[in-house]
Design a protein around this ligand. Structure first.
Ligand code: FAD
Length: 447
């Protein structure tokens, strides 16, 4: 028996350190807003915290020791990410922020030594930032529809196309770009390749920086609308094999989705904590909000939903550690990707509602949470696509019943059972008949 819901005491001390560090150092900084995000602000505020995380041996824990990480495995990462999920600044402080974490992972897996020297080590060290430039403005859910082309001209690639929502492109030194290199390949999944494009290459242009959510200035966001016009790159800007973009992306997206889900557990827990604090603090003429049954129902539903989601995430993490292959855990990863926006949306919406007008104001975090929950249902592929993955994986273990009535039709099951136990039923019938009473005769008849 190896089912165990307890954390090793040794790792618990690390979690306790993270808990205190989050509360005392990361959360206060996050209230300084943009002051911490510029290059000087990062040096002043974030660097010292990153150093403390490194000193604790908790830097970039999603990576193996050969890359400066801890090789913790996914279950420990899940427990750690739950704490980081409470605050948007935390992944940067702990060296595991998207999209850099996933980009570093694929460069580590597939990069040449020269690519690692130029991009991987500075990324892992937090010295540079990167962007993932895959989705296109004509539609992101189906990568087979992407049109950005890379054509060989002598020993140089020439790239043309547009990409949409390349997060952090404006801050990046390198763009991890998807482009069609082999449009005629028989297998449509072998038509696209990945390139490492220095952001300052001539022909790379950020048309606009789109922001998530309502309000604010047009053009002031972090989601790059990027145009590539006759961008020329040497042949070795290719990452991994030509035509291998889909295979490489699975490494990146599999891990990324799990880590988002782990952090979402923390974000949901935060929303629930705030909801409970309000419920025990605010009073009406009937007493505290917490004493009203409909409020209690909202809190109970939220707690149950969160605990179910948390267990699903932890079990998925455990499966990844066990199989060490994202492909074998596809169904579970897709399932948590589907559950994540719904659980977060439901809990964040209830928390906002319970705070009344204050809850929907910009003086509380709830509207940001609700928007984030909507983003989670879209980024890394929409919910519908992941539901299809879950259903296909579930269905692949089933075979059709070809008879008119299915194999589980009760008359048929009864007939089979009677055949199987014919001898025992005969003995029972005789035993009732031998007892001779009126009720025994009826029982013998029924048998
Ligand atoms: C905050 C944020 C950050 C992002 N960061 C990045 C990034 O760094 N790099 C990057 O490349 N991309 C990024 N994306 C883009 C993201 O991957 C795409 O938005 C996503 O794949 C969906 O593509 P789309 O927006 O074009 O929607 P569409 O493909 O137009 O889909 C819109 C809707 O149509 C429906 N739909 C689509 N396909 C199906 C289907 N097969 N079955 C049923 N319904 C369907 C769904 O309801 C879906 O939500 C980011 C997105 C967001 C919101």
């Amino acid at each position: 028996m190896a089912w165990d819901f307890e954390t090793d005491p040794e790792f618990q001390t690390k979690l306790d350190w993270i808990e205190a560090f989050m509360r005392e150092e990361v959360e206060p900084l996050s209230h300084l807003g943009m002051a911490v995000h510029g290059s000087l602000g990062r040096e002043k505020f974030i660097r010292p915290l990153q150093q403390k995380v490194k000193d604790q041996g908790l830097w970039a824990c999603h990576l193996g020791p050969e890359l400066g990480g801890q090789g913790f495995g996914q279950v420990k990462l899940a427990l750690m990410n739950e704490k980081l999920g409470r605050n948007g600044l935390a992944p940067t402080v702990f060296g595991c922020q998207a999209p850099d974490s996933g980009n570093a992972e694929i460069i580590a897996h597939y990069g040449t030594e020269a690519q690692k020297t130029r991009w991987l080590w500075p990324l892992l060290n937090g010295d540079i930032r990167s962007a993932f430039s895959m989705s296109e403005p004509t539609g992101g859910s189906d990568p087979l529809t992407f049109k950005t082309r890379a054509v060989l001209d002598g020993d140089e690639w020439v790239i043309n196309g547009e990409k949409w929502f390349s997060t952090n492109a404006r801050y990046s030194k390198v763009l991890v770009l998807y482009a069609v290199t082999d449009p005629d390949a028989k297998d449509p999944y072998r038509r696209t390749s990945i390139f490492l494009v220095p952001t300052d290459t001539p022909g790379v242009e950020i048309i606009r920086n789109v922001a998530v959510g309502g309000g604010g200035e047009i053009g002031g966001g972090n989601e790059g609308y990027v145009r590539y016009t006759d961008v020329r790159l040497p042949y070795d800007a290719l990452l991994g094999e030509r035509g291998a973009a889909f295979i490489i992306a699975q490494v990146r997206l599999g891990g990324g989705r799990v880590h988002h889900a782990m952090r979402t557990v923390g974000a949901c827990k935060n929303a629930l904590d705030l909801m409970c604090r309000r419920a025990v603090s605010r009073t009406t003429r009937d007493g505290r909000l917490a004493d009203l049954q409909m409020v209690q129902e909202q809190i109970a539903d939220s707690w149950i939903q969160l605990e179910m989601f948390r267990l699903l995430v932890l079990r998925t993490a455990w499966l990844i550690d066990k199989h060490k292959d994202y492909q074998k855990v596809r169904k579970d990863i897709a399932a948590i990707k589907v559950a994540m926006p719904k659980v977060y949306h439901d809990i964040a919406t209830k928390a906002a509602h319970l705070h009344g007008a204050l809850g929907v104001s910009n003086e509380m975090p709830f509207m940001h949470m609700v928007t984030s929950s909507l983003v989670m249902g879209i980024a890394d592929g929409p919910t519908e696509v992941h539901k299809v993955t879950v259903a296909k994986q579930v269905l692949k273990d089933y075979r059709p019943d070809n008879d008119l009535f299915p194999g589980y039709h009760i008359p048929r099951l009864r007939e089979e059972a009677e055949k199987r136990y014919a001898k025992e039923l005969g003995e029972l019938r005789e035993a009732y008949a031998a007892r001779g009473g009126r009720r025994d005769a009826a029982k013998a008849e029924a048998v």
